[in-house]
Design a protein around this ligand. Structure first.
Ligand code: NAD
Ligand code: UDP
Length: 321
């Protein structure tokens, strides 16, 4: 075909587009003038997350499970489909592995047929209960292959293997990001992840459930910062495949997080200590030197600022109920 089509915006497929991160990514890429095909089976995603986008003619939703092949014509793929919270991914562990592995094969097959770039939402969980701290991308991890978290951890590890084999075998353009704990508006209210749990418990005046003694650590990234990094990463040079750690390196103990949430919500909720779940990592903190260097990116949102926005979201949601 003749003519210069460089000015044309892209048609972008986002799997898991009705989920927490996916809905923010849909919004961000739509705002840049792209056309979005949002694919979701609504296992943990909601129409509510994308309702404000549904009237936009550049936005299309397909109810589809990525464990089955998908035939669409697009210019780029972001593969985010997969439950991310431990209670959700352990609810049907076989389906979790299928989504990670069969889903990746289907999306990679689509990318191969179309000769297009594909992003994979990998996770810090591939490091398991890490022995190296903070975690750098060259660390191979410490994962229990037969534990309760393995359906997710090993599923995501296998997906990374597939991405790199498609790259080696078929010269596919891949972008693999290892995402660390991210929070913000549109997290599932019954998600079970620590930030949403603590905020909802504090707002309702329920007990704050600390698993173990609360000394385990995590580093929490606000969603807007993460989405910015994902978009920047997708636009890097072809030979830059990742894996790349994306997250906020500021590390907090779970007890410390509970105290900040109580303070910001002005809540009188009591702390209760529950049994620590199996294979719960003791500490986690990303080394983001690579992201700083290659993406010229680092998170801007302080924990308190991000928590305030997230508290406002859940406060409004609870009032509607
Ligand atoms: P989420 O549960 O809110 O979103 C996942 C979305 O995928 C949901 O809309 C769900 O309905 C959809 N989905 C699940 N299985 C599917 C299937 N088989 N076919 C089609 N759609 C399916 O979780 P999230 O936090 O938005 O996570 C998005 C991605 O980012 C996941 O792949 C997750 O592993 C990864 N990730 C997230 C975090 C985080 O802290 N949020 C950290 C590391 C990695
Ligand atoms: N956690 C907790 N109380 C809760 C939910 C989670 O103490 O109500 C702890 C959990 O045991 C883990 C940390 O918070 O140590 C982060 O849990 P989350 O499920 O958010 O993510 P992940 O373990 O996958 O990092």
């Amino acid at each position: 075909m003749e003519g210069n089509f460089d000015y044309m915006e892209k048609q972008i497929l986002i799997t898991g587009g009705a989920g927490f991160l996916g809905s923010h990514l849909c919004e961000r890429l739509l705002s840049k003038g792209n056309e979005i095909v949002c694919v979701d089976n609504f296992f943990t995603g909601f129409k509510r997350n994308i309702i404000h986008l549904l009237n936009n003619p550049m936005f299309e939703v397909l109810r589809h499970d990525i464990c089955f092949p998908l035939y669409v014509e697009v210019d780029e793929i972001f593969n985010l489909a997969c439950p991310a919270s431990p209670i959700h991914y352990q609810w049907d562990p076989v389906q979790t592995t299928k989504t990670s592995v069969h889903g990746a094969i289907n999306m990679l097959g689509l990318a191969k047929r179309l000769k297009i770039k594909i992003f994979q939402a990998s996770t810090s969980e591939i490091y398991g209960d890490p022995i190296i701290h903070p975690q750098t991308e060259d660390y191979w991890g410490n994962v229990n292959p037969i534990g309760f978290r393995a359906c997710y951890d090993e599923g995501k590890r296998c997906a990374e293997t597939l991405f790199f084999d498609y790259r080696r075998q078929h010269n596919l353009e891949i972008k693999v990001a290892r995402i660390f704990n991210t929070y913000g508006p549109r997290m599932h209210i019954n998600d079970g992840r620590v930030v949403s749990n603590f905020i909802v418990q504090a707002l309702k005046g329920d007990e704050i459930t600390i698993f173990g003694n609360g000394s385990q650590t995590r580093a929490f990234c606000y969603v807007d910062d993460l989405i910015e990094a994902i978009v920047k990463f997708m636009n890097t040079a072809k030979d830059f495949t990742g894996p790349i750690n994306l997250g906020n390196p500021e590390e907090y103990s779970i007890l410390g997080l509970a105290e900040v949430v109580l303070e910001l919500t002005n809540s009188k909720s009591k702390l209760v200590f529950k049994v620590l779940p199996n294979d719960d990592p003791k500490q986690r903190q990303p080394d983001i030197s690579l992201a700083k260097e290659r993406l010229n990116w680092e998170p801007k949102t302080q924990l308190r600022e991000g928590l305030e926005k997230t508290i406002d979201y859940f406060d409004e949601l609870l009032r509607m109920k």
